[in-house]
Design a protein around this ligand. Structure first.
Ligand SMILES: *[C@@H]1O[C@H](CO)[C@@H](O)[C@H](O)[C@H]1NC(C)=O
Ligand SMILES: *[C@@H]1O[C@H](CO)[C@@H](O)[C@H](O)[C@H]1NC(C)=O
Ligand SMILES: *[C@@H]1O[C@H](CO)[C@@H](O)[C@H](O)[C@H]1NC(C)=O
Ligand SMILES: [Fe+2]
Length: 468
């Protein structure tokens, strides 16, 4: 190795270890590989599978609370066809059959295809399943892997993607994610940006479904709704909010006792994942507030040590874009996040990347007193991954002075990966698009907020049953 290579190597090692004591960093690096324009409809990225009424836009999501079910969804364009899923553990040999349902909707002058949702449950953990949808020559086959049984020390890798859209940058983010070995996507809202088109053209919902199929048909994407899903257009006579999103992307909300598909929770491997809706009522005494209060009580850190919250609008954000939009929700939920020692809150909305230190601002008093976020060991780390690459482009204007709570920020496209190792450790990376290595991107080791405390660690040592 040459001298410079050695120096770089030593520098990278230093960065790994001194991360927490460094003050915040604003990266001057910016990358936008392509202009922020949507991929043309006739592009290969949106290719319609051949044959009559062939299933397209195939995607799956977790179908229950604990990961023994999936919901498989797809669209057929010409006629209803069948909503059945054939599945089994051997390729081309399907022992089981599940019956789904069909829906369709109109949005102003757009008429959707036939949207199928099929719950496949009673699955075995840690098993590869093959599935087949459609009939005859138009049938298509896919597969997915069920997660391991809920266990505090089972490793699992989540990807985190937000504000994806359908530009060439979006495609780059998606392909880059698919190379990182993530097993499930935590999606923090703003999917297709179809609402940017005249009359919110649903054709762009269809193209987006075909764009993400190459990942979403094979592993669950855990959905969070963003502002581009609202689609409230009274001028077009469209007054029911979230209409296309709710028809196309279903969630297993009933199994977490939620009354709305827009907020819910799932448990997967060693994680308890809570999904919130920034654009549904959340103040005290609303359904979402009541639900979250009860759901947090159901969290069992002895079984699922990692407590992760997803939402669209960030509670901590030092970008000029969407500055302070999360304040109302911060005021209502922050004290709960601190009390229950949430590990990480992921959000999108701001088209950039930013990670906070562990801070809270619960002393805020509208009359007087302290108004500054302060270091707080029990607080979550807040991470914004709104940099999927949609047509609105990057949010390049951060506040001039980086606030104390902000650890790292950069306006480039990318996604994150969260590797849960065991009950105490998780490796986290933010991956900028097109960089094969993690050079210069953000990475930290998370110590679990529940198990990192001294008494629990001692207890863990005493009762440890697993090897090494
Ligand atoms: C659903 O599709 C059927 C058959 O084409 C059609 O009659 C019906 O109007 C559609 N419903 C909606 C809400 O678009
Ligand atoms: C807010 O500040 C006012 C004035 O100092 C004080 O009287 C009040 O008790 C404070 N409220 C809270 C909730 O701390
Ligand atoms: C948990 O994982 C970390 C990182 O891989 C490792 O250093 C640590 O020893 C593991 N802890 C236990 C109890 O196995
Ligand atoms: Fe947004």
């Amino acid at each position: 190795m040459g001298l410079w290579t050695w120096l770089l190597f030593i520098y990278l090692i230093l960065i790994c270890f001194v991360d927490d004591v460094l003050s915040g960093r604003t990266s001057s690096f910016r990358r936008s590989e392509w202009p922020s324009t949507d991929i043309p409809l006739d592009s290969e990225a949106f290719v319609v599978p051949g044959g009559y009424n062939t299933p397209q836009q195939v995607h799956i999501t977790q179908g229950d609370y604990d990961g023994k079910a999936v919901i498989i969804s797809w669209v057929t364009e010409s006629e209803t066809g069948t909503s059945e899923v054939l599945y089994g553990t051997e390729e081309h040999k399907y022992e089981h059959i599940a019956q789904g349902t069909t829906t369709n909707y109109t949005f102003y002058n757009y008429k959707s295809g036939f949207i199928h949702h099929c719950l496949v449950d009673g699955l075995k953990y840690n098993t590869k399943y093959h599935y087949k949808i459609g009939t005859g020559a138009s049938a298509r086959e896919f597969w997915f892997q069920t997660p391991p049984e809920i266990d505090p020390d089972v490793p699992y890798v989540f990807g985190v993607i937000g504000d994806l859209g359908q530009t060439f940058n979006s495609l780059s983010t998606l392909e880059h994610y698919m190379e990182t070995g993530g097993q499930t996507v935590l999606f923090v809202g703003d999917l297709s940006y179809a609402d940017r088109y005249e009359y919110n053209d649903g054709v762009r919902w269809d193209s987006w479904g075909r764009l993400v199929e190459k990942s979403a048909a094979y592993q669950p994407w855990i959905w969070t709704a963003g502002n581009h899903e609202i689609e409230y257009r009274p001028d077009l006579g469209e007054i029911s909010t979230f209409k296309p999103y709710l028809h196309r992307y279903v969630t297993p909300y009933v199994s977490s006792k939620s009354s709305s598909p827009l907020w819910y929770a799932v448990r997967r491997a060693s994680a308890h994942i809570i999904v919130l809706s920034s654009y549904s009522p959340f103040v005290k005494y609303t359904p979402q507030w009541f639900w979250l209060r009860e759901e947090l009580k159901r969290v069992n850190r002895e079984k699922t040590p990692w407590l992760i919250v997803l939402m669209h609008v960030p509670l901590y954000n030092s970008n000029e874009a969407h500055y302070m939009e999360g304040e109302a929700m911060r005021d209502v939920f922050e004290s709960w996040f601190v009390h229950y020692k949430v590990d990480i809150v992921f959000a999108g909305h701001v088209h950039a990347y930013e990670r906070s230190y562990r801070v809270s601002n619960m002393n805020y008093n509208i009359t007087s007193g302290s108004r500054h976020p302060v270091p707080d060991k029990s607080a979550p780390v807040y991470i914004i991954v709104g940099d999927g690459g949609n047509q609105e482009g990057l949010a390049v204007r951060f506040s001039d002075l980086q606030p104390d709570y902000s650890a790292f920020r950069e306006a480039s496209y990318g996604h994150s990966t969260l590797e849960l190792k065991n009950r105490t450790h998780a490796f986290y990376h933010w991956n900028r698009n097109n960089d094969g290595k993690h050079v210069l991107t953000d990475h930290i080791v998370f110590r679990n907020q529940y198990w990192a405390s001294n008494t629990r660690r001692r207890r863990l040592k005493k009762h440890r049953k697993f090897p090494n």
